[in-house]
Design a protein around this ligand. Structure first.
Ligand code: EPZ
Length: 416
């Protein structure tokens, strides 16, 4: 098992290109199941989660030819099961449920258990599918779904759920009649999926809004499509640049999808300029504590909470970070405190009192974004930090060590 070693204190400098979005590529790959034939997907990020998704789809008969674009042949569907071994490593595997029920009229998907950041039930996915006429039973830890033909329905989400919206959006495209999803998630990745489905022939109104109206069609056809850029990867590099007081330009940056994040960085005194596709962080300015509350899009993303907390550890004054999406997303706090941060947690509030300096130490990654926050803190810390269990990072950051090295970071990955 590898670890990452960082000698902190170097201001990052240069340009970094943002990769395709993990949380758009995963539902779009699942959606290829719904249009038998050869798809070409460009800008698919080289991530561990994408490799898991490809292995899962291959179990169902999908064939892949690596390259840019990625060639995906979903002509032959030979299976409709998502096994426990895969779902336990990647919860997003649940995204095959809607497409399989729509195309094969059946699916057997292992029920995802809880994860480091929360219980994360899928009750809203199942409730929505039942409203569309799907018969759902739970059998030995598997969701068994069966349907003659899906029918349109009106579904109001108790809470906006990203993959829940995506699963029902996909299922509804091949349903008989019209489906209306209310209080749907508006994350840009949901919009990217909706555009992919529309390119395949789906009829969807209200894309990027909280009310999605889907008029079912009899079939979809394969397409060529380019996945959007990753706003969370971009936000992570913004934090790394700002905490090292560096001068870094992000290219392929999804500026329009980062408003809430850019606003908080500027409020905290980070000097940055943005233009279409590009964001530049400039040195100077005084880093000041600001309060943040995570919210569904277009609010401040929970997937940037840990990274922003790392930045606040070195800000002047105090900041309060309130996590409203997941009930257990402060696992990085105890590790940041090992680097000398001053943080106290009460319920879903964390109070960060800025310190003058962080100092390197061995720390443990617990989940994807928590590990990113440790990398960011280590880049600014004095001396050496060792980050263990970096496989978490591989799930969502493409070429992280290479990209940071090119920006001048003293970082390497070694076998632990
Ligand atoms: C997606 O997860 C993302 N994953 C997560 O990113 C992200 O943190 C999350 O949305 C929120 O933005 C992917 O897109 C693959 P939710 P998802 O359903 O869809 C509750 C990362 O770091 N809920 O929007 O699983 C749930 O417990 C990952 O890249 C129900 O109660 O999140 C949570 O409190 C981590 N019942 C809230 O809704 C349901 O049926 C939002 O969860 C579904 C959700």
């Amino acid at each position: 098992m590898d670890k990452i070693i960082i000698e902190g204190g170097v201001p990052l400098k240069g340009e970094v290109a943002i990769s395709g979005a993990k949380n758009a590529a995963l539902p779009i790959l699942a959606a290829t199941l719904m249009a038998p034939g050869v798809h070409h997907l460009a800008n698919v990020p080289p991530l561990a989660d994408i490799r898991t998704a490809k292995r899962l789809l291959a179990l169902m008969g999908v064939q892949f030819e690596d390259g840019e674009p990625l060639r995906v042949d979903s002509s032959n569907l030979t299976g409709w099961m998502a096994p426990y071994e895969m779902v336990k490593t990647m919860r997003a595997a649940v995204l095959v449920l809607g497409p399989l029920v729509a195309r094969a009229r059946q699916a057997s998907v292992s029920l995802p258990g809880g994860c480091a950041i929360g219980a994360r039930p899928i009750n809203l996915h199942l409730k929505g599918l039942e409203a569309m006429g799907v018969k759902i039973t739970l059998n030995q830890g598997y969701v068994e779904a069966k349907a003659k033909r899906l029918k349109g329905a009106e579904i109001i989400f108790e809470t906006p759920t990203v993959t829940g919206t995506e699963n029902l959006l996909m299922a509804a495209t091949l349903a008989k009649g019209t489906t209306v999803l209310k209080n749907a998630a508006m994350e840009p990745e949901v919009g990217d999926l909706a555009r992919f489905l529309t390119a395949m022939g789906a009829q969807i109104e209200g894309i990027d809004t909280e009310v999605l109206t889907i008029h079912g069609v009899p079939e979809l056809h394969p397409v060529t499509y380019t996945i959007m850029s990753d706003r969370i990867e971009a936000g992570t590099y913004l934090a790394a640049s700002a905490i090292t007081r560096g001068e870094v330009t992000l290219t392929n940056a999804p500026v329009a999808h980062l408003s809430a994040v850019l606003e908080k960085f500027q409020e905290a005194g980070v000097r940055l300029t943005a233009e279409p596709g590009k964001i530049t962080v400039h040195p100077g300015g005084t880093l000041t504590g600001v309060d943040v509350r995570t919210l569904p899009y277009p609010g401040f993303p929970t997937d940037m909470q840990a990274q922003f907390m790392a930045l606040m550890c070195l800000a002047r004054g105090a900041s309060v970070i309130t996590e409203t999406i997941f009930e257990n997303r402060f696992m990085h706090v105890s590790e940041l405190k090992r680097l000398g941060a001053d943080i106290s947690v009460s319920g879903n509030h964390a109070v960060i009192r800025g310190v003058k300096q962080l100092k390197g130490a061995p720390v443990m990654a617990t989940d994807l974004r928590a590990s990113a926050s440790l990398v960011i803190a280590a880049l600014a810390a004095q001396n050496t930090t060792e980050i263990h269990r970096v496989y978490h990072l591989d799930r969502g950051y493409a070429h992280l060590v290479e990209k940071l090295s090119r920006l001048g970071a003293r970082i390497k990955r070694v076998e632990a």
